[in-house]
Write a protein that binds this ligand. Structure first.
Ligand code: FAD
Length: 524
């Protein structure tokens, strides 16, 4: 993973000429004079972790598994939001941990937590490092140091219960390897977020991730049937049946807890048979309103493909729905929807039923070309972000969700807020996840970088968070809370909700060492 950008440097994407021209002519983007910092130029804070504490940590995980070298510290600094990348490109490593600790077992995680609690060291559980909401930045205030707890060594498929279709897997498994291991047993998780190449199972659970095939396979939190969690107070074993009426479901307390309540060291996950058929197709609708109504009817009638998404007019025009062909405007006017089917012999009949409903609601079939092109380029858009940043554009994404009846209001509120903050940005949107009762809206924003691009985006983000909550939406459908959504989340759940969060944290993590500043508002 590129330390100051996204993904495999070998896959870096150059900006097509039409996009450069569009950026310049429409948004006034011009290249920045300063060059991006090299890894060796990143400014890091002095290490505050004492030698005896480092020796204790080495005693737990082994000398090779405690690292304080500059590269390890840089690679565990923040996540992959656009401000994160802009700050790294500017050589700002001020949030770097003092050390990176790599435990090899649940017992070692418990022991590391005990050492850190005894010495008041903040601990940041670290999966793939792809958080886009500031979930990997611990507050140093009041702590003797900060440790990144990298879970990469916890990477085994422990067991497969084929009869129940449940796999026990460790949290440090990155998604592609998890899929390869499951494929050996004929199964899939079916979790394909755009961060698929680098994100881990633990991170998916801790941040309540949702993949591009969520219409068919469900969100990641739907897949979790059990968990083992290491906390500073001991071990929590959760989930002894798929569902239970034995009180509130404590699995739901850990799902979405973003490392602030405990460290997930094992997951029991519902798996599905690996599909034999995969078909993706495109549909055109005259407008976003018409397309949204068609998607709603489809899911409310229970005729649901595995992938279902709809780009608005702007996103369709720019061609972001087919990131491999950005700027190509492949479908002409209107809005492009993608319907994908992953399964077995039922696929042709389901396709026919979907086609009948969509055609009856104004959809025009575009065949499999747009669908296959989307599937082919589905992980390539993040690579374009690096080129856009280098070209002087800020490009960032944000997402929300709401009930169908409120979706138009939410859509307008986000766009209005972004225009008010950023002048005339390019704002694109798609419906990314659908439910019978509502959907998620995923926005991509492109604007010219101001003199202080990080401050410019921080202000825009603060306003848009407020606008989302005021318009009745949730501040996150699948990116989580981190630090960036913490205030808006507190507004969503109210004072009593915040008190509950603080109560749980106080019970599981009395010294407050786990991801301080993330998820739970300080104070109280
Ligand atoms: C280019 C890009 C595309 C993305 N696309 C999507 C998408 O399509 N869908 C989506 O849902 N998200 C997406 N994301 C966001 C991100 O990938 C998800 O939030 C993902 O769940 C994070 O996984 P991770 O392993 O990288 O976790 P990290 O970023 O390492 O951690 C995320 C949070 O979880 C905590 N954590 C990590 N592991 C554990 C553990 N084992 N126990 C307890 N806490 C833990 C961390 O402390 C942190 O607060 C995208 C991000 C990027 C950069």
């Amino acid at each position: 993973m590129l330390w100051s950008g996204w993904g495999d440097p070998g896959k870096a994407a150059d900006l097509p000429e039409p996009v450069r021209k569009l950026l310049h002519d429409v948004l006034g983007v011009s290249p920045r004079p300063e060059r991006a910092a090299e890894l060796g130029e990143v400014r890091l804070p002095a290490v505050t972790l004492s030698s005896p504490v480092r020796a204790e940590l080495r005693g737990v995980v082994g000398a090779d598994h405690v690292r304080s070298d500059d590269e390890a510290r840089v690679r565990h600094t923040r996540g992959k939001s656009t401000p994160d990348l802009m700050r790294m490109r500017a050589g700002d490593g001020s949030d770097a941990p003092d050390a990176v600790v790599l435990p090899g077992s649940h017992r070692e995680v418990l022991e590391v937590l005990a050492v850190c609690a005894a010495h008041r060291i903040a601990v940041v559980p670290f999966g793939g490092g792809t958080s886009v909401v500031g979930g990997l930045v611990a507050s140093r205030q009041g702590f003797a140091g900060v440790v990144a707890l990298d879970l990469v060594r916890l990477d085994r498929l422990i067991a497969v219960d084929a009869e129940s279709m449940v796999a026990e897997m460790e949290p440090g498994l990155r998604a592609p390897r998890a899929e390869r291991l499951l494929a050996g047993h004929g199964f899939t998780l079916g979790h394909f977020p755009q961060s698929f190449e680098y994100a881990t199972l633990g991170g998916f659970a801790a941040a309540r991730s949702s993949g591009q095939a969520s219409a068919g396979y469900g969100r990641f939190d739907d897949m979790v049937v059990g968990m083992t969690v290491a906390t500073p107070r001991g071990t929590l074993e959760l989930g002894r049946a798929p569902k239970s009426a034995a009180g509130p479901d404590l699995r739901q307390v850990i799902l979405g807890s973003e490392g602030a309540f405990g460290v997930i060291t094992s997951l029991r996950l519902r798996v599905r048979p690996a599909p034999e058929e995969r078909v993706y197709e495109g549909w055109r609708f005259a407008s976003f309103t018409e397309g949204s109504a068609a998607l709603r009817h489809l899911v409310q009638q229970g005729v649901v493909p595995t992938v279902l998404r709809l780009s608005d007019e702007t996103e369709t025009m720019v061609g972001l729905a087919r990131p491999g062909e950005i700027g190509a405007s492949p479908t002409g006017a209107g809005c492009l929807a993608i319907a994908g089917y992953e399964g077995f012999s039922e696929v042709p009949a389901l396709r026919e039923r979907v086609a009948a409903v969509l055609s009856g609601l104004g959809g025009v079939p575009l065949g499999t070309d747009p669908g296959e092109s989307w599937a082919h380029g589905r992980y390539s858009a993040p690579y374009l972000r690096d080129s856009l940043l280098a070209a002087g554009a800020t490009v960032e994404t944000l997402e929300t969700a709401g009930f169908w009846s409120n979706l138009p209001r939410l859509y307008d509120a986000v766009r209005l807020s972004l225009h008010a903050s950023l002048g005339s940005p390019l704002v694109m949107c798609h419906i990314s996840h659908v439910y019978g009762t509502g959907a998620s809206l995923y926005f991509t924003v492109v604007t010219a970088q101001g003199d202080d691009p990080v401050g410019q985006w921080r202000e825009a983000k603060r306003s848009v968070n407020e606008a989302i909550v005021a318009a009745g939406g949730t501040v996150s459908h699948h990116h989580g809370v981190g630090r960036d959504h913490r205030e808006a989340y507190a507004t969503e759940i109210g004072d009593l909700g915040v008190e509950i969060l603080r109560g749980i944290k106080g019970r599981l993590d009395p010294e407050g060492i786990l991801n301080p500043g993330v998820l739970v508002p300080p104070g109280g």
